[in-house]
Design a protein around this ligand. Structure first.
Ligand code: RUB
Length: 319
């Protein structure tokens, strides 16, 4: 890597996030912060201004990969707001320290919210999952550690079938799994006690943005009287929504749904592939975070306390 350029690690991490080799909001946050650290460590910059500019270019590149997961800009902001120093060595050190702190916070937050979420589960309960959420798995792990027997109905989650990852990891935790296609969810809701999902972004009014299909599942669950629990670290709170911004919904390649030949075979159709949807707060019973559980309508208080009303975007600032 030449002076002033982004490191190969940043380029590779950005590509892996865009291609979904690295995926899931919490995992994306950790990978992006780690890439910033590598940028700082491997930089050949000899002055602070150059190193600082490199870091902000790297952050812009990482931030452009997936528009919906707010944990990505929140993680970049966490590191860049703590980056600084009078010389290259101290600046580099500040980035390494901030990244390490963030990694520790992510790990302890995940374990803490797991314990909070486990308080909602009882021995013998069945949960229904959608997509693959490390936060939901942390809740299940905490419940299993307490000796609770749980079972799970796992939705496949088209088009990328992240349900397979969830099914494998639940089996590793000793949870019996019934695997269903997405359209069978309504039929099996009568057999479950809780719908447990993660989040990619949570808006100030308590709207939860998560994998496409979450909204329909939550509406069905409300109709059947099944509670909907969202497990999400506070890194998922989107402070930009405090000042009126909407959460961007990512649209992905249509080839994730239909290959070119299958599509040509059908004829002249339009294929659209929104990756996420927004579930209004009225369909959500609780948001479980490392700071405790909240009714969705009150999450705005926590958001203000943690992020203030006007979050910075240090990768856009001219210094
Ligand atoms: C993953 C997804 C997950 C959330 C929460 O979408 O929607 O439910 O990211 O995950 P994708 P976690 O596969 O498109 O990244 O709890 O691990 O942060």
């Amino acid at each position: 890597m030449g002076t002033g350029e982004v490191s190969d690690d940043v380029v590779e991490t950005a590509a892996e996030i865009a291609e979904m080799d690295i995926r899931g909001a919490a995992t994306i946050a950790r990978a992006a912060a780690d890439a910033l650290q590598t940028q700082a460590v491997e930089s050949t910059a000899t002055d602070v201004q150059t190193l600082d500019a490199e870091l902000r270019t790297a952050a812009r590149r990482l931030n452009a990969t997936r528009p919906t997961a707010v944990s990505l800009p929140n993680a970049l902001r966490y590191v860049l707001e703590r980056a600084g120093g009078s010389d290259v060595e101290s600046y580099r050190e500040s980035v390494v320290t901030a990244t390490g702190d963030l990694r520790e916070r992510l790990e302890s937050a995940q374990a803490d919210l797991g314990r909070v979420g486990a308080n909602r589960l009882r021995d013998g309960d069945t949960i229904m999952t959608h997509c693959h959420s490390t936060a939901v798995l942390s809740v299940v792990e905490a419940a299993r550690d307490r000796g609770l027997d749980l079972s799970a109905v796992v939705k496949e989650t088209r088009p990328r079938e992240q349900g397979r990852i969830t099914a494998r990891q639940l089996r590793e935790l000793g949870v019996p799994v019934t695997y269903i296609v997405d359209s069978a969810a309504h039929r099996y809701l009568d057999e479950v006690d809780h719908v447990c999902v993660g989040a990619d972004s949570i808006a100030a009014d308590g709207t939860v943005v998560n994998k496409i299909g979450t909204n329909g599942l939550a509406v069905s669950a409300r109709e059947r009287g099944v509670e909907v629990v969202v497990a999400a670290q506070t890194l998922k709170l989107d402070p930009a929504t405090l000042s009126g911004h909407n959460v961007d919904i990512e649209f992905r390649e249509e080839t994730e749904i239909l290959g070119p030949e299958e599509r040509d075979d059908i004829g002249d159709i339009e294929v659209v592939n929104p990756a996420f949807d927004a579930t209004p707060p009225r369909y959500i019973d609780a948001i479980v975070t490392e700071e405790g559980q909240f009714p969705p309508e009150s999450i705005v208080t926590l958001m203000r306390d943690l992020y203030g009303t006007h979050p910075s975007a240090p990768w856009e600032d001219e210094r």
